[in-house]
Design a protein around this ligand. Structure first.
Ligand SMILES: C[S@@+](CC[C@H](N)C(=O)[O-])C[C@H]1O[C@@H](n2cnc3c(N)ncnc32)[C@H](O)[C@@H]1O
Length: 243
């Protein structure tokens, strides 16, 4: 394990809905600015790759779980085109308020307030379903992915994009544990939220572990891709016919 991280003895931070939604409500106003600052804008490239991995056709129905301020829903809306439909769901009203404001001019996105662990949609409803930088925050990774698989149609893809707990680059861990909380303190006035980012990454399921959950839920053609010098990982899998 990287030298910078081995001195930290971490337990998983609280993932209670009140704590997590409260934290995102607090940082909603500066969330997009911080994303651009912390990744040098690279999160946009990774998100575009995650959208591609859903293999959506024009006219498709797509779900963006933990949509936050709506970046992914916006990208997906372009993929599915005017005849398609995108739903972005999140439990933070303040994050959703920003999403609605940013993308009020886009007709084919609907915003829902709701829980990723109990998606309010029927089985086999969407042509593709993704979650971006959200899975790390839920109290049950298995339950969230199980819900995503349930609402995806056979033949459709499920995609997760998030920070990678198995990153071996010590500079990344230094950056995550020191620079990001300082930036968070300076720009969002919330050091805790950006310390949480480090803690939740460090204690998160590994990309291989997430891929194993994909497989245990019956997804096929699973794969992993790394971005950002191994600091971010994408897992994808396809729901087979009959599942
Ligand atoms: C780091 S943000 C990611 C936002 C966006 N997907 C992105 O990539 O920029 C995580 C989001 O997940 C939401 N979230 C966390 N747990 C959730 C849950 N159980 N149900 C719904 N939303 C949840 C938070 O409110 C927050 O908006």
């Amino acid at each position: 394990m990287a030298a910078a991280s081995s001195s930290h003895k971490l337990t998983s931070p609280s993932k209670s809905p009140e704590v997590i939604s409260g934290m995102f409500n607090r940082i909603a106003q500066t969330y997009d600015l911080l994303n651009d600052c912390m990744t040098g804008g690279m999160h946009r490239v990774w998100k575009a790759q995650a959208c591609q991995a859903l293999h959506l056709e024009p006219g498709a129905m797509a779900l963006d779980v933990c949509t936050g301020t709506g970046d992914m829903a916006n990208l997906l809306s372009r993929h599915v085109g005017p005849k398609g439909q995108v739903i972005g769901i999140d439990f933070s009203d303040q994050m959703l308020a920003i999403a609605q404001k940013r993308f009020s001019h886009i007709d084919n996105i609907q915003w829902h307030q709701g829980d990723a662990l109990a998606l309010p949609f029927p089985d086999n409803h969407f042509d593709g379903c993704l979650i971006s930088f959200g899975l790390r925050n839920v109290s049950s990774v298995h339950q969230a992915l199980s819900e995503m698989v349930r609402v995806t149609k056979p033949g459709g893809w499920v995609v997760n994009l998030d920070t990678a707990s198995d990153c071996r680059n010590p500079l990344f861990w230094l950056y995550f544990s020191w620079v990001m909380p300082m930036l968070g303190n300076f720009l969002a006035k919330d050091r805790y939220a950006y310390q949480y980012l480090f803690q939740s990454t460090k204690t998160f399921e590994s990309p291989q572990g997430i891929q194993s959950i994909f497989q245990s839920l019956g997804l096929v053609n699973t794969g992993i891709r790394y971005f950002g010098l191994g600091s971010v990982a994408l897992q994808c899998g396809q729901k087979p016919e009959g599942l």
